[in-house]
Design a protein around this ligand. Structure first.
Ligand code: XMP
Length: 325
């Protein structure tokens, strides 16, 4: 407890000394790390100096934008820049089914939109850029190729022109860079961030795009958001959420037959995933209690008309990965 206070004081002091009265920009992903950085900045500085930018990709979980805004407001934020970029992500993704192509399009859109919006919203050129980099991110950077290179958190944007430019100008600040995840969570709780945010499961930068194998449509996104929201709310209500490292639903590009009254109906197949892990590098299937699984599945098919069948993914990593693509 004493050392946590000490860490908090040191970080606060460091933020004040480093930024020295200049404004600070932080890109918000909705996850634990960027939210804790937001809380630390708002605690250390005059909120007038703190610009928080959140890009709505259209590929986030249900009601994500509203929840992010509410959380930031509760931390005292005054400059919350919500960028509605749904069309700018979804239009170029139309007709694309290759997973790496999806990631590339999304990564490029993030970079372009950040660059554009920072100027368009009048964020001062001499503003600092705060990043939610953790100690472990620094160690991991540069490792891996292909899919695993993309795993390095997309909001770090290590190679984006904005980050490069700010770094060259000495205008990057990384308040969490000496901390591990559990310390970040403890600090988050200490500065009043809700358990729902502090203990949130990880969420990939490309969002629901990689949980809709094959082509993405707005209709499929809406179906997946509904189903995933029911799944996660049920896990929480049943006290299972905190036992699981990551849980989510995947909308498969398969229609399967079912019965609705006297008629045959073709509905989507939804896969539920829940895994236990330490760091995401390996994962075990969460042994979901059978009765819970059956009830949750029934909830989903009752409430989301377009889902006709639910399956549970029982593959560990390796050989499977956590995400389906
Ligand atoms: P996999 O599927 O590789 O996932 O076993 C390991 C962890 O990384 C997340 N993940 C990503 N995160 N961009 C991200 O920011 C990505 O492209 C990406 N792909 C996977 C995944 O959710 C899991 O926590």
């Amino acid at each position: 407890e004493w050392s946590l206070d000490r860490i908090l004081d040191d970080i606060t002091e460091d933020i004040r000394r480093t930024t020295d009265g200049k404004p600070v920009l932080l890109l918000i992903s909705g996850g634990v790390d960027s939210t804790v950085v937001a809380g630390l900045l708002l605690r250390a500085l005059d909120p007038e100096l703190v610009h928080l930018m959140y890009i709505d990709t259209g590929l986030m979980r249900l009601n994500e934008t509203d929840e992010v805004v509410r959380t930031l407001e509760s931390l005292g934020a005054t400059h919350i820049h919500v960028v509605d970029a749904r069309d700018r992500f979804l239009n170029p993704l139309e007709g694309v089914s290759d997973p790496e192509e999806k990631r590339r399009i999304i990564g490029d859109a993030f970079i372009e939109i950040q660059q554009h919006e920072v100027t368009a919203r009048g964020i001062p050129e001499h503003a600092f850029l705060a990043q939610g980099t953790l100690y472990t991110d620094l160690i991991e950077s540069g490792k891996g190729v292909g899919k695993h290179a993309a795993v390095i958190k997309s909001h770090h944007n290590v190679g984006s022109p904005l980050v490069i430019e700010k770094r060259e100008a000495g205008l990057v600040i990384e308040p969490l860079a000496s901390l591990y995840k559990d310390e970040v969570r403890a600090i988050g709780t200490k500065i009043g961030i809700s358990d729902a945010v502090v203990h949130r499961h990880p969420f990939p930068g490309p969002g629901l795009a990689i949980r809709i194998p094959g082509q993405i449509t707005r209709e499929k996104i809406a179906i997946l958001q509904q189903a995933d929201d029911i799944y996660i709310r049920e896990l929480k209500a049943r006290g299972l959420y905190d036992e699981i490292w990551q849980a989510f639903a995947v909308l498969l590009p398969v229609r399967s037959v079912g019965v609705a009254g006297d008629a045959r109906e073709y509905g989507y197949v939804l896969a539920l995933r829940a895994i236990i892990s330490r760091d995401g590098m390996t994962a075990d299937v969460y042994p979901m209690p059978w009765d819970h699984l059956l009830e949750i599945s029934a909830r989903i098919t009752n409430q989301v008309r377009q889902v006709g069948r639910v399956v549970y993914d029982v593959s560990s990593k390796p050989p499977a990965t956590i995400e389906w693509e």
